[in-house]
Design a protein around this ligand. Structure first.
Ligand SMILES: Cc1cc2nc3c(=O)[nH]c(=O)nc-3n(C[C@H](O)[C@H](O)[C@H](O)COP(=O)(O)O)c2cc1C
Length: 389
């Protein structure tokens, strides 16, 4: 590989008053590791801390539920109580102390709430879960009485007053994230959860002000944007994660996303975090093959058509691929999920691959880089000697 002195992936990015040290974002990833009170544990500190030590520019927490009903599982982290703030503040402090920006994502799971942890089946909670773990199902909510899958529980339809309460819960969640000292907020408006289910014509069949035409279906998403912006400091950025397409016949489409992104930008949202799908099923795209970077075109379209910075995500694993995405202007940021689970030093390793071994000193934290750059030189010398043999 040809090394570059200043790769685009490693360039800092200023968003409002927050400067990210590079363009690598750790994508929000639920761990389902909390106790039933939704409080962050040592596990979450170490799990997220590894990514900050590993060189990422911005580390997002997993989705924090804005109410107990907003959780997917009993193991989700919460932000519905003031007691959630101190352990999250510890995480935000640690992440920032390692040079990364600390981000928090907030969520209402809507009609996809009340499920088992993935490794227990990922199905709606039922009698066996009560018997085996004391985990009783709770009623789910949605825009209309349409379940996420045909054999899933039918959600209760939210009345307009309920929608306003949910907006308030998002605002309170944002306030608590601010109190915890996070630099960046991310609103989860994707993957079939509550906000997304209001956007899509397949799940929203209402004829009141929160449904009907696209403007009506966008109302909840936009009210949440306004509410969280009013709670979030003006010198800190907000990301909004969208499923840019449903990838289902008659569903939400890219042109809808562009219209929504434009409106979100007008309400002070700084980055559109471009995911897709998830309205009715998990991991089963109808037409779009899941290949590396399959969602990058959405991030590119958002950036080009609306002028709002975008974050690309989805099977971005290769360092040069990530560099091309940012370098060619397809997205301002690249979010990495599972590949970072595999290698929490993904961002720091990208620097070594793109720049060369001197990146150990420039981009790795000094406690590690000081040794590794010397080891790299000694290994290179050794390889040279062996070649002469
Ligand atoms: C274990 C796991 C948990 C996830 N939890 C969240 C979440 O809390 N919020 C979210 O927006 N996306 C979540 N996602 C989706 C990821 O953020 C990311 O968009 C997806 O994994 C695709 O990126 P990747 O191919 O780099 O993993 C999760 C993904 C995984 C693998």
């Amino acid at each position: 590989m040809r090394h570059a002195r200043n790769p685009a992936l490693l360039a800092p990015l200023a968003l409002r008053g927050v400067e990210l040290r590079n363009r690598v974002v750790i994508s929000p990833m639920q761990e389902y590791a909390a106790g039933t009170d939704g409080k962050a544990l040592e596990f979450h500190l170490v799990h997220l801390g590894r990514f900050a030590l590993g060189g990422a520019g911005l580390v997002f927490t997993e989705a924090l539920a804005v109410s107990p009903e907003a959780r997917l599982t009993y193991g989700d982290l919460g932000i519905w109580d003031d007691g959630h703030v101190p352990p999250l503040a510890r995480i935000a402090d640690f992440v920032r102390g390692q040079g990364a920006a600390a981000g928090a994502q907030i969520l209402h799971a809507g009609r996809k709430a009340s499920v088992q942890r993935p490794w227990l089946g990922y199905q709606p909670l039922g009698d066996a879960d009560v018997r085996e773990r004391g985990e009783a199902p709770w009623p789910t909510v949605g825009p209309s009485a349409i379940p996420a899958l045909p054999d899933w529980p039918v959600p209760r339809t939210l009345e307009p007053g309920d929608c306003r309460r949910v907006v308030d819960e998002f605002a309170l969640g944002a306030r608590r994230c601010r109190q915890a000292g996070f630099d960046v907020l991310n609103v989860h408006g994707a993957h079939g959860y509550l906000i997304h289910s209001f956007l899509s014509p397949l799940s929203n069949r209402r004829d009141d002000e929160y449904g009907g035409d696209r403007a009506g279906r966008m109302r909840l998403a936009l009210e949440v944007a306004e509410a969280v912006r009013s709670e979030w400091p003006s010198d800190r950025p907000i990301f909004y994660r969208l499923s840019c397409i449903d990838d289902l016949p008659g569903g939400w489409q890219l042109e809808d996303t562009l219209a929504l992104a434009w409106e979100l930008g007008r309400r002070g949202i700084d980055v559109i975090d471009c995911s897709s799908q998830g309205l009715t099923r998990r991991g089963t795209p109808v037409t779009t093959p899941r290949e590396p970077g399959f969602q990058v075109p959405y991030a590119e379209a958002v950036r080009r058509e609306t002028g709002i910075p975008s974050c690309a995500v989805g099977l971005i694993m290769d360092f040069e691929h990530a560099e091309r995405i940012v370098g060619s202007g397809q997205a301002d940021l690249v979010a990495v999920g599972r590949e970072a689970l595999r290698n929490p030093n993904w961002a720091a390793q990208a620097a070594v691959d793109l720049v060369g071994p001197e990146a150990y000193e420039r981009y790795w934290q000094p406690r590690w880089g000081w040794w590794l750059v010397r080891r790299a030189a000694s290994l290179a010398r050794r390889r040279g000697l062996n070649r002469k043999d």
